[in-house]
Design a binder for this molecule. Structure first.
Ligand SMILES: CC(C)(COP(=O)(O)OP(=O)(O)OC[C@H]1O[C@@H](n2cnc3c(N)ncnc32)[C@H](O)[C@@H]1OP(=O)(O)O)[C@@H](O)C(=O)NCCC(=O)NCCS
Length: 247
């Protein structure tokens, strides 16, 4: 089997949602922002689905698929399989393209954000609430994120920003996460643009991102009356003969 990276399509969304939900079940931010007793997996899946629909048009949302390699085809069983197996989705990455903070949002982007909000309102109605999301904490995190990014994003052209990456747990440590990162960092390298990502899980992500060329840059403390969630921000350094080009 080989791994193929492609832009997310509508039919990929259910598998992508499942991978994200499994991968983030023990994530410190997730445990802080959701009330475990009230958590609704279905409501959460609907919310991630809405985000994916938005991402297909506005983000750089990728999936990693496990597809039969040429060697697999050549192995040739005596009888051809009755049904052709669909490629399995084994990873997902949600990247946002750079946007210069000084430039106003385009009408298209404003309209797309409005559609996303509308879908989330419909989800609230359909599921009679936020499915355990602590809305106050969500906004605490949003505020911390915006303060931190204002402080550390010093490139006026904006950053490629990876805010979710997840690989199916039985497929980790095989280079899939790296492929989902390099599809964008390679593009950024060609354009001379910078990349950034955030994660609330320090172990093992600090090591994993370090291996991918990212360096820890800032820790945000999202504090809800003493209940704190720490989210780390990482910069990607475009290495040139082992020397980081941007700092
Ligand atoms: C983070 C994640 C996407 C990495 O995916 P992955 O496919 O396992 O990563 P890769 O196999 O491409 O590994 C990249 C590098 O990290 C290293 N690595 C992978 N897992 C590691 C671990 N647990 N500890 C230390 N290093 C690790 C690999 O050896 C590789 O380094 P190398 O290429 O120099 O050998 C995956 O662990 C995951 O889904 N985690 C849960 C969700 C999450 O925390 N996402 C990030 C926050 S948005």
């Amino acid at each position: 089997m080989a791994i193929q990276i492609s832009r997310m399509a509508k039919e990929d969304i259910p598998s992508a949602v499942e991978i994200i939900q499994k991968a983030f079940a023990d994530d410190p931010y997730f445990l802080w922002v959701f009330d475990a007793k009230k958590f609704s997996k279905k409501r959460n899946a609907a919310s991630i689905t809405a985000r994916c629909l938005w991402g297909i048009n506005n983000g750089l949302f990728y999936v990693a698929k496990e597809v039969p390699s040429k060697q697999d085809d050549q192995k040739g069983s005596v009888e051809p399989p009755k049904e052709k197996q669909l490629p399995r989705i084994v990873g997902v990455a949600m990247w946002l393209p750079p946007h210069p903070p000084s430039e106003p949002e385009s009408w298209y982007s404003w309209f797309q954000s409005w559609i996303l909000t509308f879908r989330q309102i419909l989800n609230n109605i359909r599921f009679l609430g936020h499915g355990g999301l602590n809305v106050k904490r969500y906004w605490i995190w949003k505020d911390c994120q915006s303060i931190a990014q204002n402080e550390i994003w010093n490139d006026t052209r904006g950053y490629y920003f990876c805010n979710v990456i997840a690989v199916a747990d039985d497929m980790r440590k095989r280079g899939i996460g790296r492929k989902l990162v390099e599809i964008v960092t390679d593009q950024a390298d060609k354009e001379g643009m910078k990349c950034y990502l955030e994660s609330s899980k320090k172990v093992p992500n600090l090591d994993i991102y370090g291996r991918m060329g990212f360096e820890f840059v800032k820790e945000m403390e999202c504090d809800d009356q003493g209940e704190v969630c720490k989210v780390s921000g990482y910069y990607y350094f475009h290495f040139d003969n082992g020397i980081p080009k941007y700092r």
